[in-house]
Design a protein around this ligand. Structure first.
Ligand SMILES: *Cc1c(COP(=O)(O)O)cnc(C)c1O
Length: 381
């Protein structure tokens, strides 16, 4: 049985008629830049997330830049974030000349550990940037109360978590600004690059709208130094179709995750995902921890079961961040988890047979002889 990791082809076939129509409508109008489809999508995003303002943009990386530029993040400022994330989170902080200040993760959710944030706050700290990793929001109550106490802004990197919730509010309706990505393999993906920023603050919304189009106030008049950060009309047209089906796709993802958990829960060689009671996940990934990951991955590959590692090296150990002066051992939980984490195929369309097949093959790796020194240190049960 050959398994597809994200199964984007199947999804296209499923909505093909509608998507082809939406694309050819744009081609017929040739309204490629800021066509009406963009405004339609922004309205749907507001409706879905309940955030007051949704502003689409070129991708999830530029969404983070727009958010920080709107909050006047400048060289020398410090932003507290997690080292266990995709590079874009900290890269954009550094790109603006600010300093990413890392805080280790919680050993169950793999999101930033709020109890370690306060000791990293200095008079240069401007914001906290939690990442909703694998689709699950961080502990936003704890983070909001630290931010309030120290007068800091909160920017959520929600690239993986569109549609997730914390205490009943969507991830896009939390923090001062929340971002997302429509990269094809994200829970809500377009057919290329895309992203959005969300806020309930009108002033920030207007500023981000302007920053997205070169900081213009009106045509050829520029109030801010901005960027070329628009979403293509074609991508908006694709998303207008996919967002209609997204509530169903999201609940299918949640179902797939529950089925995985049920199929794998008795496996002593695995640590399964944990979702906090106050949160729901968009299940961008279903990631398990396994002691002898290389061998397990190789064995699954033989059975045509693709896996991925999100992420094999925490950001404080990346070459590009050498100048920050971190070393191995600084963030032990992030380091252990990045050595053991492995994502299984995840998409709304995985069948029961496929889940059985994948689970059976992960299970049979119980018998693989563990290499000395490769066992995980932590046990969570
Ligand atoms: C995907 C991702 C991004 C970047 O999104 P792009 O649309 O690819 O630019 C940023 N942060 C996280 C956590 C991501 O997973």
């Amino acid at each position: 049985m050959k398994i597809d990791f994200a199964n984007l082809q199947y999804q296209y076939q499923l909505y093909k008629t509608e998507i082809d129509e939406a694309i050819s409508a744009v081609l017929n109008k040739s309204n490629y830049i800021m066509g009406e489809e963009v405004a339609t999508l922004e309205n749907s995003l507001q409706e879905f997330t309940k955030a007051k303002y949704a502003i689409t943009c070129s991708n999830g990386t530029d969404a983070l830049l727009l958010a920080m530029m709107a909050l006047d993040i400048k060289p020398g400022d410090e932003i507290i974030t997690t080292p266990f994330t995709f590079i874009a989170t900290a890269e954009t902080i550094a790109f603006l000349g600010a300093t990413p200040v890392f805080v280790d993760i919680d050993e169950k959710t793999y999101n930033i550990d709020p109890s370690l944030i306060e000791e990293k706050i200095t008079d240069k700290t401007k914001a906290i940037m939690p990442v909703s990793l694998y689709g699950q929001p961080s502990d936003m109550d704890a983070i909001a109360s630290i931010a309030d106490k120290h007068n800091l802004k909160v920017i959520i990197d929600g690239a993986q978590s569109f549609g997730s919730t914390f205490n009943g509010l969507t991830d896009s309706n939390l923090g001062d600004i929340s971002t997302t990505s429509f990269f094809p393999a994200k829970p809500l993906g377009c057919f290329g690059d895309g992203g959005a920023v969300f806020t309930n603050n009108e002033e920030l919304a207007l500023k981000m709208k302007s920053l997205r189009v070169h900081g213009q106030s009106k045509r050829y008049h520029h109030k801010y130094i901005g960027m070329g950060g628009r979403l293509d009309t074609l991508q908006a047209a694709v998303l207008n179709v996919k967002i209609k089906h997204y509530p169903k796709d999201l609940s299918l993802r949640q179902e797939v995750a529950s089925k995985y958990t049920k199929a794998l829960e008795n496996k002593t060689n695995l640590i399964l995902p944990f979702v906090a009671p106050s949160a729901t996940s968009a299940w961008a990934q279903y990631s398990v921890r396994v002691k002898n990951r290389d061998e397990v991955q190789a064995k699954l590959k033989e059975q045509e079961i693709p896996t991925a590692v999100h992420y094999p090296m925490p950001l404080h150990l990346q070459e590009c961040f050498e100048y920050l002066g971190y070393k191995k051992g600084d963030f032990p939980v992030s380091e252990i988890v990045s050595g053991e984490i492995m994502s299984l195929p995840m998409n709304p369309y995985i069948t029961n047979e496929e889940i059985d097949y994948i689970s059976k093959n992960v299970i049979s790796t119980d018998n693989i002889k563990l290499k000395k020194g490769k066992r995980c240190q932590m046990k969570i049960k």
